[in-house]
Design a protein around this ligand. Structure first.
Ligand code: SF4
Ligand code: SF4
Length: 343
């Protein structure tokens, strides 16, 4: 771990140099909101963003990803990772990437994800503006963000840049960095600590107590049905979530009817079709037919089912689901605080 300093005036040159070496993905404005996108010029970057519409996992696990091309002669995989720098990732999204890393590394490794992930350098950045639905400081607060290669912090007259891996060290040659002074490193520490406790939404209980109570509430059908009463089953809460990783696989055949491509698409357990299975002979079964059972499944996944595997909840408190839900019922804070109060 090494600490560097970059002056405000040298920031543009640093970004320009990075763009000339690899694809640079960073937060940019899209209307009044923000997205992670490929950068052509340093002036596009908005490190003062609150939260992006989609999480940065899309760079490794895109919404639509070809897996295999096939023909009568055989098949070939579509893994073709591009080296890129993912720049300006907030610590809660670093935790989200760490969760998808664990999930795609576990059991049988998913190289379609891992090849993209391993080709990336991740530069985290401090949170300059807190989003209106965020609660990252009260969910899994004891879990440290890890897996990033460097951490950039805006300090009074420039930037503090901490490198954590050899990939992070490699970026130093792109800018006019100097060794950070103790004063600059201590200012960066204070800047990062100062955002704790500033999230507008708060969970009132520990992750452990929440996981137990949520699991124990499985059979409270009336409660789940009431919570999901206004659900449109649109799936937005899954699609915007950094820790959702389900996908659907479809084969598309070319007109020759001998070749085609197998593709995966993000899927959503809140939609009615997700848990519908074929029984053959035109029959089907839906094992989560009601909105309440699908809503319950999502909260169980975020707050209880994966806790042992991940060492904490499968929610990083970004608040994307809360702001994306038309019915305003997807907020995990409201759902969990309600569950915790039901006798
Ligand atoms: S909870 Fe909200 S975002 Fe999620 S499926 Fe229902 S209506 Fe859509
Ligand atoms: S459940 Fe909602 S708040 Fe939690 S990680 Fe997913 S989108 Fe973010």
């Amino acid at each position: 771990m090494k600490n560097y300093y970059l002056s405000e005036n040298d920031f543009s040159d640093f970004v320009t140099r990075m763009i000339s070496t690899k694809e640079l993905i960073a937060p940019i404005a899209k209307g009044p909101r923000f997205v992670f996108s490929k950068i052509k010029s340093p002036s596009e970057i908005r490190l003062d963003y609150d939260v992006t519409i989609l999480p940065p996992k899309k760079e490794f696990f895109p919404p639509r990803q070809n897996l295999v091309k096939f023909s009568s002669k055989g098949y070939e995989g579509c893994i073709d990772p591009k080296e890129k720098i993912l720049f300006g990732v907030h610590p809660y999204d670093v935790k989200g990437i760490d969760i998808t890393d664990t999930v795609f590394e576990n059991n049988k490794k998913d190289m379609n994800y891992l090849a993209n992930r391993r080709a990336a350098t991740i530069v985290a950045s401090n949170i300059q503006k807190v989003s209106s639905r965020a609660f990252w400081d009260t969910v899994g607060a004891d879990i440290k963000a890890k897996g990033h290669d460097a951490f950039l912090t805006k300090i009074s007259d420039g930037y503090h840049f901490q490198t954590l891996t050899t990939k992070g060290d490699a970026l130093i040659s792109c800018g006019k960095f100097t060794a950070a002074t103790e004063k600059q490193s201590s200012e960066a520490k204070k800047v990062n600590e100062s955002v704790n406790g500033t999230c507008p939404e708060k969970l009132k209980h520990s992750s452990k107590d929440i996981a137990k109570k949520v699991r124990d509430s499985f059979s409270k059908k009336e409660m789940w049905d009431k919570m999901a009463q206004r659900c449109f089953s649109c799936g937005t809460c899954n699609i915007v979530c950094p820790t959702c990783y389900c996908f659907d696989v479809q084969d598309k055949w070319n007109v020759d009817q001998t070749s085609g491509v197998r593709t995966r698409y993000w899927d959503s357990c809140l939609t009615e079709e997700f848990s519908k299975i074929s029984l053959g002979a035109g029959h089907s079964e839906n094992f989560r037919e009601s909105r309440g059972s699908r809503y319950r499944h999502r909260i169980m996944r975020k707050a209880a089912y994966l806790n042992e595997t991940l060492g904490g909840p499968a929610c990083i408190g970004c608040g994307r689901c809360s702001s994306g839900c038309t019915a305003n019922i997807a907020d995990p804070v409201e759902a969990i605080n309600t569950i915790m109060e039901v006798k």
